[in-house]
Design a protein around this ligand. Structure first.
Ligand code: C5P
Length: 240
C-alpha cells in the first residue's frame, strides 16, 4: 500500500468485459479494482489480463468454498493470474483453509510470482442473526461466530478477512496489526446508503482498523465519479 488511493478498491459490478473496461478507462486514477463472481463468470480471466495490462491491483472475489483438494486446485490456478487478493469461505473449515494457503504459496513460488493474499469470508452480511440460528442452526451469536471464523482462518495462515465496518475494530484487536482487513459497506456522509444498512464513513472505517475499503455506488453512481473518488481520497488523507 503506497498511497491513500491504493487503499480504495472499486468493484466492477457489471456483467460484461466492455462495460468493465469502460469503467477502468473512465477512472484511470483508480488503482485497485474488485472482480466478483458475476464479471468473472461472464468474462473469465480476460478481465484480469486487461487490468494487468494497465498495471492495476486486483481483488478477485470468488469466495471459494469446497473440499480441501478442490480449494487447493483452485488456489493453484489463481496463483498464476498475478492478482493481489483472493477470497475463500472460512466455513470451508481448517483443512481447506490450510490447503488453500499452502497451494497458493507453493504455486506462486513455482512461477516466480508474489502469492496473492487469501482473505477469509466469515458470515455473509446477507445472513441475519435469525436465519443463522433458525435456518442454519448455528448455536452462537452472530458477531462471536464471525470473530471465531476470522480467528480460525488466521490460525491456518490466512492473511486476512473481509468484514463489515461494525466488526472491524474488534477484529483488529483480536487478530493483531498484521491481519489484512477489507471492509465493504462503507459510505461517505454525502452519499446515499442504498441497501447498505450499518455503515461507517471511509475515515471512520480506516480509523477503526480497515486496511482496504471496497466502495462502489458512492463513486460509480455519483454525477461525477472522478470527483467522488477524489473526495474520498481527500477524506482518507486526513486520517492516514
Ligand atoms: O456499491 P457498494 O459500495 O455497496 O459495493 C460494495 C461491494 O462490496 C459490492 O461489490 C458488494 O457485492 C460487495 N460486498 C458487500 N458486502 C459484503 C461483501 C461484499 O457489499 N459483505
Amino acid at each position: 500500500m503506497n498511497t491513500v488511493a491504493d487503499r480504495l478498491i472499486v468493484p466492477l459490478d457489471v456483467p460484461s468485459l466492455p462495460a468493465a473496461i469502460a469503467w477502468v478507462e473512465r477512472l484511470p486514477q483508480v488503482s485497485f479494482w474488485k472482480v466478483g463472481l458475476e464479471l468473472f463468470v461472464s468474462t473469465g480471466p480476460a478481465i484480469l489480463t486487461e487490468l494487468k495490462q494497465r498495471q492495476k491491483h486486483i481483488f478477485l472475489d470468488l469466495k471459494f468454498h469446497d473440499i480441501p483438494n478442490t480449494v487447493a486446485g483452485a488456489c493453484r490456478a489463481v496463483a498464476t493470474y498475478g492478482v493481489d487478493l483472493v477470497t475463500l469461505h472460512a466455513a470451508a473449515g481448517p483443512a481447506a483453509l490450510k490447503a488453500a494457503q499452502t497451494a497458493i504459496s507453493e504455486a506462486a513460488t513455482a512461477t516466480g510470482q508474489a502469492p496473492p493474499q487469501l482473505l477469509a469470508i466469515t458470515v455473509l452480511t446477507s445472513l441475519t442473526a435469525r436465519s443463522l440460528a433458525l435456518d442454519l442452526k448455528i448455536p452462537i451469536e452472530l458477531p462471536e461466530y464471525a470473530l471465531h471464523l476470522a480467528r480460525l482462518a488466521q490460525q491456518q495462515g490466512i492473511a486476512g478477512a473481509v468484514c463489515s465496518p461494525q466488526e472491524v475494530a474488534q477484529l483488529r484487536e483480536i487478530c493483531g496489526p498484521h491481519f489484512r482487513l477489507v471492509c465493504p459497506g462503507v459510505r461517505p456522509d454525502w452519499a446515499a446508503k442504498g441497501d447498505q444498512k450499518r455503515t461507517l464513513t471511509p475515515a471512520m472505517a480506516v480509523k477503526a482498523g480497515a486496511d482496504y475499503l471496497v466502495i462502489g455506488r458512492p463513486i460509480t453512481q455519483a454525477s461525477d465519479p472522478a470527483a467522488a473518488f477524489q473526495r474520498i481520497c481527500d477524506e482518507l488523507a486526513t486520517v492516514v
